[in-house]
Design a protein. Structure first.
Length: 175
């Protein structure tokens, strides 16, 4: 009879340490009936896979909750590219510059006493479309709102839409 020497140790494929065969799970499909990674590495790998799965589920849940917000954002962007939407957002910018103390431009507008004298955004939109004659978004998209009298208020008769270059020339500090 030939005596077969059984191995009492095996090297883990993950941690590369040589460990006793009692530290490996069984796997009947392998030649030596043992898994290639030790029990400790196998548990760590399972925990890692479990945490990845939890993270993936959390990401999926977040994406699903954000779908509605993305749709709202797309709708807002679409509205902004209409004449009424563009003018509505410009009116809101005027209000912020004149009334919001935290706005970066407040000191040059509201801080100097400049006011918005339009009753509402609808009133402003009607004035721009009917009196100033801007009836399409393409006519107004590249223009800036400007006060004819730089010390005056945002009110009918004192606003116009001009190119950025003309707007820069209509500053208080322009010589």
């Amino acid at each position: 009879m030939i005596a077969v020497l059984e191995k009492t140790t095996k090297t883990c494929s993950r941690c590369k340490e040589e460990k006793s065969i009692g530290e490996f799970y069984r796997n009947n499909q392998k030649k030596d009936n043992l898994r290639s990674e030790c029990k400790e590495c196998s548990k760590k790998h399972q925990q890692l896979e479990h945490s990845k799965l939890i993270h993936q589920k959390a990401k999926k849940k977040y994406r699903e909750s954000e779908k509605g917000k993305l749709t709202e954002r797309k709708q807002r962007d679409r509205y902004r590219k209409t004449i009424k939407g563009c003018l509505h957002f410009r009116f809101q910018d005027m209000i912020r510059r004149c009334n919001d103390l935290k706005n970066i431009s407040y000191r040059w507008y509201g801080g100097r006493g400049v006011e918005v004298r339009f009753k509402s955004s609808g009133d402003f939109i009607d004035h721009v479309m009917n009196v100033l004659g801007f009836d399409t978004y393409d006519k107004i998209k590249d223009l800036n709102i400007d006060r004819i009298d730089t010390n005056g208020h945002y009110e009918p008769g004192n606003i116009r839409f001009v190119t950025p270059k003309i707007n820069q020339n209509n500053r208080r500090n322009n010589i």
